[in-house]
Write a protein that binds this ligand. Sequence first.
Ligand code: 5AD
Ligand code: SF4
Length: 457
Amino acid sequence: MNRIVTDKDTAAARKVFVKTYGCQMNVYDSQRMADALAAEGYVATEAIEDADLVLLNTCHIREKAAEKVYSELGRIRGIKAEREQAGRETLIGVAGCVAQAEGEEIIRRAPVVDLVIGPQTYHRLPDVVKKARAGAKVVETEYAIEDKFAHLPGQQAKAVRARGVTAFLTVQEGCDKFCTFCVVPYTRGSEVSRPVSQIVDEARRLADAGVREITLLGQNVNAWHGAGPDGREWGLGELLFKLAEVPGVARLRYTTSHPRDMDDALIAAHRDLKALMPYLHLPVQSGSDRILKAMNRKHTAAEYLQLIERIRTAQPDIAMSGDFIVGFPGESDADFADTMTIVREVGYAQAFSFKYSPRPGTPASERGEQVAEAVKNERLQELQALLTKQQHAFAESLVGREIDLLLEKHGRHAGQLIGRSPWLQPVIVDENAGGIGDIVPVRITRTGANSLFAEGV
Ligand code: 5AD
Ligand code: SF4
């Protein structure tokens, strides 16, 4: 910083630009960080050139994610230099899982960075920014003992800003599963569940701000547990029933789940709770028992299929979604064929598939038998072709059907509204169908490339 900050400067609204990479939990965290900074006088901007503070909320789950951050920092270096030449303060911060994993290394590799803050310490962000404004390079990646959620603005009525009719709500963070390919247990720490009262309060505030659909988030969301007001230990199933009672909340979802944590109460919620949408993201990663064991997933392919059978018995309308990894160390042609088989057996409405990417510090990255890049590419293509076919088949199966649509926003073309189906698909309807925030019955008329078209009924 090459100028003196005056009282006048501090009083004027400073601008923060937040760029989010990775999962929905990062989206949630970015919003809470923006809320925390709003209390310090920062307003959000969409234009990076105008920002006094640039925050990259990063993801470390696969290789390219971190590389993208470093190349973005290279680009930002130019913007910062230009702004500072004009005498404008410009702080650069890296948050999220790359911040947690790399710590000080980020500042060594990208000296343009002023502050590095890990996901467990976001409630300290205003303080960290103050120190950075005073000229210090700040790295804050210790696991905080205090409860970050209790200190983040989600807890203060006026701080919750309505950002639409759907919202995320983090109920659980961290993971104790230690799948051998995954960095999450290291970057997000061990499993922590937020208390029921905190979650219900936040849901109430969201509903008061106009939110109709809430997606509960957690790295292992169905491992959520807590003391219920009835004195019993609650699981996610019980929590969902409680949240459905919050006035204004019409729809509930949760993500991401681990097959080992789908208990009876949660399956019962899919059967009995109308507000719980018939859509389940339940990653299996591989269809081969040998690979599942090497991944430390703690279940077999047959157990996963039996579980889906039970869930479909409870809620026949449920659409399945999943995650897959191809080219895990030691994956043979036969193992990959097992993955293709399980995909055929389940039939997914939606899925995400990835090439295995060795993550530093994880057990799988140290194994021999790494699969050649060309083989990974081939397998990924084959798997994605099948998953795309299934996704289209699912969309086609809805044509002619009457469904409930939550109207979310205006479409790209005048006269159109975009809503969300119970199965998370974007659906385009005529604006006469209703108002934003309404849930209206519509009939699906045809499928588009990534959306459905419908008419009011
Ligand atoms: N390589 C490839 N994919 C991974 N995932 C997690 N770690 C890795 C990795 N090292 C995928 C898993 C997980 C999703 C969020 O990302 O499929 O479910
Ligand atoms: Fe990673 Fe496995 Fe935990 Fe999911 S369950 S976050 S894949 S370690």
